[in-house]
Design a protein around this ligand. Structure first.
Ligand code: TXA
Ligand code: MG
Length: 568
């Protein structure tokens, strides 16, 4: 076995190349002895310790710098070891175990008392996974104990898909890394809650909702959809605590390039040109397909050496390669000194859901991604979730302010139930987008300050995005800031014409008494754009929005077919 010693801080970190089973004797002993060991799985590298030893588990949290309210996944080698950790195996759990284990899936089940609280962060459930990677399975079998393991990165950086990534993050903080080469999948496992009779996806991954649905059907379990957990809304405790943290983020900002296949290289080119204008001399890190890289090498042939750095993932449509290479690309482009990273968007279906989930987190767009994801998965027919979308031009002033104010009002009034069936709770939330918006810009500072000052609402985490078909199709009501915005949307996306209004015509339709209208409507043109104006102007805009939205709220709820539970 090849052992490389690296010393910094408290530990000497050994990176040991895996060649045969003999190479696992030492790491298995370390795990049995209460130490932590990093090892490869088919998804990402894990940082493992004996799941039944609380002292060993503490070492994981310490090495990673991970918040202790985020539970760990317990890894076992065989299905019959699951019984020892859980209190019951639901028919749904049985179905997904048979279909997908071993493989890139984690099943959240009700735990029994043998699993220590520190592993589950006090939850009454435990996430169980049987990795398909032969090194991982042999290591678990040889250690003879279940292994609790999060991804082997420092909290906040992208998950490791190579032993070198682990070394970079945890050098000196752990003693042993088993190097089993690159991970095949490259994105973390799908986490599915199987405690009920319907599967709930808590984190999308390589096992897609379509695959889960189809296996359940074969097994005779039928439901219309697989739901995706709309996490962390209204201060609720998220079902998968990990989803609320900003993971996967490189140091450099990430811009997602959305475009059809034909226009992809032009879209990169355009976005990169505007970046050059904003930041002359800035280094551009390009994560793109072979085809796009080829085109860009030609069009950026004249820029100074080293100003564009390329990382190719493979051929254009290959979302699996893009997923497998995403974390390595983010890390390498970051390390090479990129001031901005450009990465491709994929359609949010199948594997694209997991890829976009991680990419949007890296780009800081994760804020309302999870609810949005839920909507995308479930379609607008779904009865459990309602989304209102505010639209303006650049998605940095008016619409993020409207979103923030609306969500705050909702939070005060909620929870909500269906008017047609008051026993069913409904999740409601607002989001926002811009017709000509770029991706990933924060809200204007004056917009942030105005909302903070007036209402104590924090929209500093907002990131801009452009309206597109997928986003629009997942919304139930679209409210624009001006009549022009609404006209544009109806013309460009005829399929949503019947649910897009400018705020004022919605007002008129809502049949609001005219004296009230006169008090509220200051400009018949719509809400004027405060872009570039003083804080005072932003404060006026916020005040108008707050009055309008409060007055409109009953009509909006009515439009959505929901009411506060307090009305029941
Ligand atoms: O692919 C993977 O799952 C990798 C490899 C190493 O197995 N592991 C991994 O672990 O990604 P980690 O800790 O980085 O992410 C685990 C996710 C977190 O979002 C956590 O909140 C969620 O799973 N999770 C774990 N146990 C849970 C539970 N009992 N209920 C809900 N969510 C849980
Ligand atoms: Mg992780």
């Amino acid at each position: 076995m090849e052992v490389k010693g690296v010393e910094t801080g408290g530990f000497v970190t050994e990176v040991a190349l895996y060649r045969s089973q003999d190479d696992l004797v030492r790491p298995a002993e370390l795990i049995r002895g209460g130490e932590v060991v990093a090892f490869p799985t088919e998804t990402v590298y894990g940082l493992g310790a004996n799941a039944l030893d609380t002292n060993a588990i503490d070492k994981i949290f310490k090495a990673k710098g991970r918040p202790s309210d985020n539970p760990l996944i317990v890894h076992v080698a065989e299905k019959d070891q699951i019984r020892m950790l859980v209190s019951d195996i639901t028919p749904l759990a049985r179905c997904l175990m048979d279909a997908f284990m071993p493989g890139p899936i984690t099943l959240v089940m009700r735990r029994n008392r043998s699993v220590p609280d520190v592993v589950t962060a006090g939850l009454d459930t435990v996430g169980i996974r049987i990795p398909a990677h032969p090194v991982a399975r042999e290591l678990i079998a040889m250690a003879g104990v279940p292994i609790a393991a999060p991804s082997a990165n420092r909290s906040g950086s992208p998950s490791p898909t190579k032993a070198q990534h682990v070394l970079k993050d945890l050098r000196g903080r752990i003693s042993y890394i088993v190097d089993g080469g690159d991970c095949d999948v490259g994105l973390e496992s799908t986490v599915v809650d199987v405690t009920g009779n319907r599967p709930v996806i808590l984190r999308p991954g390589a096992i897609t909702s379509e695959m889960i649905l189809s296996e359940c059907k074969k097994f005779g379990l039928s439901f219309a959809q697989v739901s995706v957990d709309p996490v962390s809304k209204n201060g609720q405790v998220p079902r998968s605590p990990g989803q609320k943290y900003r993971h996967y983020a490189p140091k450099s900002p990430v811009t997602v390039i959305h475009s059809g296949k034909e226009m992809m290289s032009q879209a990169y080119e355009q976005t990169m040109h505007s970046f050059q204008q904003e930041s002359p001399g800035g280094v551009m890190g390009v994560f793109a397909s072979r085809e796009v890289c080829e085109a860009l090498r030609l069009s950026f042939a004249n820029v100074a050496q080293g100003q564009v750095i390329y990382y190719e993932y493979g051929s254009e449509d290959d979302v699996f390669s893009a997923g497998q290479k995403l974390y390595d690309a983010l890390r390498s482009l970051d390390d090479a000194g990129s001031d901005r990273i450009f990465a491709p968007g994929f359609g949010s279906e199948g594997y694209g859901v997991a890829y976009m989930n991680r990419l949007e987190k890296a780009a800081g767009l994760e804020k309302d991604l999870d609810p949005k994801l839920g909507m995308l998965e479930q379609g607008s027919e779904d009865e459990d979730c309602r989304q209102v979308l505010f639209v303006c031009t650049g998605n940095t002033c008016r619409s993020p302010m409207a979103e923030g104010i609306f969500n705050a009002i909702l939070q005060e009034m909620g929870p909500f139930v269906l008017c047609s069936d008051p026993s069913r709770e409904v999740q409601v939330f607002a989001s926002s987008a811009g017709i000509f918006a770029s991706f990933g810009s924060p809200a204007a500072q004056n917009a942030v300050d105005a909302l903070r000052q007036l209402y104590g609402i924090d929209i500093s985490g907002h990131r801009s995005r452009r309206v597109d078909e997928v986003l629009l199709s997942s919304t139930h009501l679209i409210l624009t800031m001006t009549g022009e915005h609404a006209m544009f949307l109806r013309a460009a996306f005829p399929e949503i014409a019947d649910r897009a209004y400018d705020i004022f015509s919605f007002f008129e339709n809502a049949d609001i008494p005219s004296d009230m209208l006169r008090n509220l409507v200051k400009s018949p043109m719509g809400i004027p754009d405060p872009f570039g104006a003083s804080l005072d102007e932003y404060i006026k805009t916020a005040d108008t929005l707050e009055h309008l939205l409060s007055a409109l709220m009953p009509y909006i709820l009515d439009n959505l077919g929901i009411m506060p539970v307090s009305f029941v």
